[in-house]
Design a protein around this ligand. Structure first.
Ligand SMILES: Nc1ncnc2c1ncn2[C@@H]1O[C@H](COP(=O)(O)OP(=O)(O)OP(=O)(O)O)[C@@H](O)[C@H]1O
Length: 702
């Protein structure tokens, strides 16, 4: 999966922007619980009074505060306030955070002392100044046993009383505070939402682009494959890989940007925030994270191996459905519908079973996580309530703690959700990498040569075996074709005829010996040059969707219409092309399914001729032609393409009996080589084929 990031180098800036936006989103999301805490603690409980630093103190209150404070603290208080003649009060100065916090500490203690004295009806000024240090010492000693929150609360009650005495409308102050905090909360939520939307937009864009690049890259790679690699991966698997697998990677990439990057930021941020609120509850989080981890490890241990199997099963469903869909006519003809249905059903059932297992296991995850989440909430409320009772914690802080805990758990949930997809995407990424890493066994020459066109083809002791098979499919083949020659290959099925012609355009490379084109080993000729010189008509004619003209121009984009008609004429396809309503522009359906087998063969032959190649290779390309058409076609070839060296694979002797040289293949070996007349005299195999085939009727067309 990591390798997939290689394809995103060009999007580094966007990825950094995503990271920045996620930091922004996390900042906003994590600040929301502290606002909740402020609304509950300061807004509702403290009537909008934030701390001991009141906006103003009456002169008398200021005197009392100074009276109970040490000299050092008196200085701090005096530095923090300035006397306003207009109001006849001491007004707080604009302080930086540090000075404000220090002033808050100093005032908290002084206000707490005054608050206690007031409650006990002890007039402050009645205590002689000399006794003050002793009183302070006494109170400080007692305060040690009280938690900080108690001191703060007492100070806040003192400030509230002070405001009341000043005639400040506390309800209004409370409302203002609630509104202001609420507005900040809304702002944070909106910013978080905007960040999240932007991340989603950018992430989908990057992922879609990655999908596009991967599809292009796999497609490009597959196009370079030789027949060997095509055999290695089945077509169905290649299709699954370039659709379903890339889709998986794309999906997970979006999630990586939206979730995988975000979850740790949220979790770490949450942990930091938790430390700032009620760290004595942290053990609950450790328990939660531990339980979550155990649940996840067990679940993934069970499910993970199934993901690999799942992808393979998708492959096999694709394989079977492709085979069935392309073979429908044969299935019908053999009434094999029931059998094929069963075959598909089995593959489908296997896929469904594994899918169900994985999904069922995964669907347990959500309720389990919810259970853990709710259990944690209960635990926090239970322990938090004790803390509140003991004055160690405020209600708002506990609420914030619950929210932070939830955020941390949600971060885990996010990671666990992505963990469902990650292994699948990993399998998919490996399958894509497999394609990208597989290099064609047909290598371009390092120092390509471009031989002068002479129409000469030599097979020099050529042997060939497929893959790692020891058995030779072709064994020591030797022949030389000169310009304009027609070399024919005949032999029983499986004797190696198609294999032999497939070696000429280097669909496979010879295992032993060499093939020379115009006196240069074809492995030393640039592949494009080599294939440009050959007009290849495969055993199974393939046409592409488009028009007749677009198919004919496949090998020569700029072929003139007259050239196309010439080729059509030579391929004996003129009748049926001109009979069509749109002639050359008639539509050809996918795979050439709207023309007959013989018409398809003739168009495939015409396509090869349009190229004006140096060599024409017909791999059993006349099989669907009737005898008369076959004869006319060969006659036309002889007349109009007399300088083209032709290699013909055929089943019918009538097709090849006039060839300059006939090779009779049997089990990959040449068992007869010569002209028809020579072979009729010398080669048993040839004689047998000839006697079984040649009738007066066929010969009549020759
Ligand atoms: N892709 C392949 N992998 C492995 N073996 C193969 C492959 N293609 C063909 N063969 C084997 O090679 C041998 C020669 O096959 P080839 O298709 O060349 O015969 P052929 O003479 O053209 O037969 P036909 O007249 O039926 O087309 C056969 O035994 C076949 O099973």
């Amino acid at each position: 999966m990591v390798r997939m990031f290689r394809f995103m180098k060009k999007n580094v800036i966007w990825i950094l922007i995503i990271f920045g936006l996620l930091l922004g989103q996390a900042y906003c999301d994590l600040s929301l619980p502290s606002y909740t805490s402020k609304i509950v603690d300061t807004g509702l409980q403290q009537k909008g009074v934030e701390d001991a630093v009141a906006d103003s103190f009456r002169v008398e209150t200021m005197q009392n505060l100074l009276y109970v404070s040490t000299e050092k603290n008196q200085k701090t208080i005096e530095d923090g306030y300035t006397y306003s003649k207009k109001k006849d009060m001491y007004v707080v100065k604009d302080l930086d955070t540090e000075s404000h916090d220090h002033l808050n500490d100093v005032l908290s203690k002084a206000e707490m002392m005054l608050y206690i004295m007031e409650k006990r009806n002890i007039p402050v000024q009645m205590i002689p100044q000399v006794q003050m240090p002793q009183v302070r010492k006494e109170i400080n000693k007692r305060l040690k046993d009280y938690p900080d929150t108690m001191i703060t609360q007492a100070a806040i009650l003192f400030v509230q009383q002070e405001y009341k005495a000043q005639g400040v409308d506390l309800d209004q102050k409370q409302n203002d505070y609630l509104w202001n905090t609420g507005k900040k909360m809304i702002l944070m939520a909106v910013v978080a939402m905007i960040c999240s939307i932007l991340v989603a937009l950018i992430a989908s864009r990057i992922a879609a682009e990655l999908g596009k690049d991967l599809r292009n890259k796999t497609y490009e790679t597959v196009l370079t494959y030789s027949a060997k690699e095509m055999n290695q991966f089945s077509t169905a698997s290649l299709i699954t890989r370039s659709t379903n697998d890339i889709q998986q990677i794309q999906l997970v990439m979006t999630m990586i940007f939206r979730v995988v990057l975000y979850a740790p930021i949220l979790a770490i941020g949450g942990i930091i925030k938790v430390q700032q609120t009620g760290s004595y509850l942290s053990w609950i989080l450790i328990v939660a994270v531990g339980v979550l981890s155990v649940v996840m490890v067990i679940l993934f241990g069970v499910v993970m191996p199934k993901f690999k199997i799942l992808q393979k099963l998708i492959d096999s469903v694709n394989l079977i459905s492709r085979e069935i869909l392309t073979g429908i006519p044969v299935i019908r003809a053999f009434s094999a519908e029931k059998f094929e249905e069963k075959r598909f059903d089995k593959a489908n059932q296997d896929l469904t079973k594994t899918n169900l297992f994985v999904n069922r296991a995964m669907s347990c995850m959500m309720p389990l996580m919810m259970l853990i989440m709710n259990g944690i909430s209960v635990l926090i409320v239970y322990s938090g309530a004790h803390g509140i009772d003991a004055g160690k914690l405020q209600v708002g802080d506990m609420m914030a703690f619950i929210q932070y805990a939830m955020q941390i758990i949600i971060a885990f949930l996010m990671i666990s959700t992505i963990a469902i997809f990650l292994p699948r995407a990993n399998v998919s990424a490996n399958r894509i990498n497999e394609i990208l890493d597989t290099k064609s066994s047909i290598k371009e020459p390092e120092h390509p040569q471009t031989p002068e066109k002479q129409g000469k083809l030599v097979f020099d002791h050529v042997s060939f075996s497929y893959g790692h098979a020891k058995e030779k499919v072709l064994d020591d083949i030797n022949f030389t074709a000169h310009q304009g020659d027609t070399i024919a290959l005949i032999g029983s099925t499986g004797s190696g005829k198609s294999t032999l012609v497939n070696l000429i355009p280097r669909f496979y490379d010879v295992t032993e010996g060499s093939i020379l084109m115009d006196d240069v080993d074809i492995r030393n000729i640039d592949l494009k040059t080599l294939r440009d010189r050959i007009g290849f008509v495969p055993q199974k004619s393939v046409l592409f969707s488009g028009t007749i003209a677009s198919n004919l121009r496949f090998g020569k984009k700029d072929a003139l219409e007259s050239e196309l008609w010439d080729a059509i004429d030579m391929a004996q396809a003129e009748d049926f092309v001109s009979e069509k309503e749109h002639g050359m522009d008639s539509h050809i359906a996918q795979g050439g399914s709207n023309v007959s087998g013989g018409q398809k063969q003739r168009l495939a032959i015409a396509r090869a001729i349009v190229k004006h190649p140096e060599f024409l290779v017909f791999d059993d390309s006349f099989s669907a032609l009737d005898f008369a058409t076959d004869a006319r076609l060969r006659k036309a070839l002889k007349e109009k393409a007399s300088d083209v060296t032709t290699i013909i694979v055929a089943q019918r002797i009538s097709t090849i009996m006039h060839a300059d040289q006939i090779l009779v293949l049997d089990h990959g070996k040449v068992v007869g080589q010569g002209t028809h007349e020579q072979l009729m005299k010398t080669c048993d195999v040839y004689q047998q084929i000839a006697q079984s085939q040649l009738s007066q009727e066929e010969l009549a067309y020759e």
